[in-house]
Design a binder for this molecule. Structure first.
Ligand code: SAM
Length: 246
């Protein structure tokens, strides 16, 4: 089994359906909590943009970080509108519909392209995940479906949350989408291992990383998907403790 995935456009297409629930949950995570600000950092962005579709309306700039060169390249292909880049338009239309105007999809695609300012290498297991680059603290940190694949055990998961948590300003927010009780998932022709997590493991690790959990919701993952033993998906919004205001 692998732990860091390099995805192709074909893999993305094959998993578009599985992603519909994730698209909706990351949209609601940003929108329902009124999050906004100057900078949002997406940790473990992969080659995907669905998680940025609501964020791009509320933040002035987005930094996308990922471990694998292949995923960062695939994302760059879409951002640069290169021939052969994955077509995200059905997903963009879906999110525009959730936001009330399906016709605005082309405008939104342009907005994502404009707002993503940097795509950088990162490793969540490092104290400074973007070493040797030091980022100024962001208003919001988003991470969808990354840590459970990147971390081999709970101690590493807790450490990774502390590492990425330090990328957020005191008083800033963390939006996390994590699968629960999953040990593997198949993508393309590879099978990836996944850290088995309970909701309490995630909430405790977020608290130990210096955040107050403001919202946490578990959605069951529909059974019968042979590509994964995922049981549920946790959406969580937390605020970094601020020594100035508490
Ligand atoms: C399942 S994908 C999720 C991609 C995207 N966020 C999404 O929601 O579809 C997990 C991502 O985590 C990245 N990753 C794995 N190990 C990592 C690490 N140590 N540091 C940062 N990213 C890592 C992989 O390269 C991959 O792009």
């Amino acid at each position: 089994m692998s732990s860091a995935a390099g995805f192709t456009s074909a893999d993305l297409a094959a998993h578009a359906v599985r992603r519909a629930a994730f698209v909706r949950q990351s949209h609601l995570g940003i929108r329902n909590h009124g999050l906004s600000g100057q900078t949002l950092v997406d940790v473990g962005c992969g080659p995907t943009i669905y998680q940025l579709l609501s964020a791009c309306e509320r933040f002035q700039e987005i930094l996308a970080l990922d471990y694998t060169d292949q995923n960062r390249r695939e994302l760059q292909r879409w951002l640069k509108n290169e021939a052969g880049a994955f077509d995200w338009s059905p997903v963009v239309k879906y999110v525009c519909e959730l936001e009330g105007d399906r016709e605005k999809w082309a405008e939104k695609e342009e907005n994502v392209r404009k707002k993503v300012r940097q795509v950088l290498k990162c490793d969540v297991t490092r104290a400074n995940p973007t070493e040797p680059v030091s980022l100024p603290p962001a208003d919001c940190l988003l991470s969808t479906l990354c840590l459970e694949g990147a971390c081999k055990d709970l101690a590493t998961f807790r450490g990774a949350l502390r590492n990425i948590g330090a990328l957020v300003k005191p008083g800033g927010h963390l939006v996390l989408l994590t699968v629960l009780r999953e040990t593997y998932y198949a993508f393309g022709n590879q099978v990836f291992s996944c850290l088995y997590l309970e909701r309490s493991d995630v909430e405790e690790a977020v608290g130990a990383a210096g955040f107050d959990v403001r919202f946490s919701e578990v959605q069951p993952h529909p059974p019968g998907d042979a590509r994964t033993d995922c049981d549920a998906v946790l959406s969580l919004v937390a605020r970094r403790w601020d020594p100035g205001t508490g």
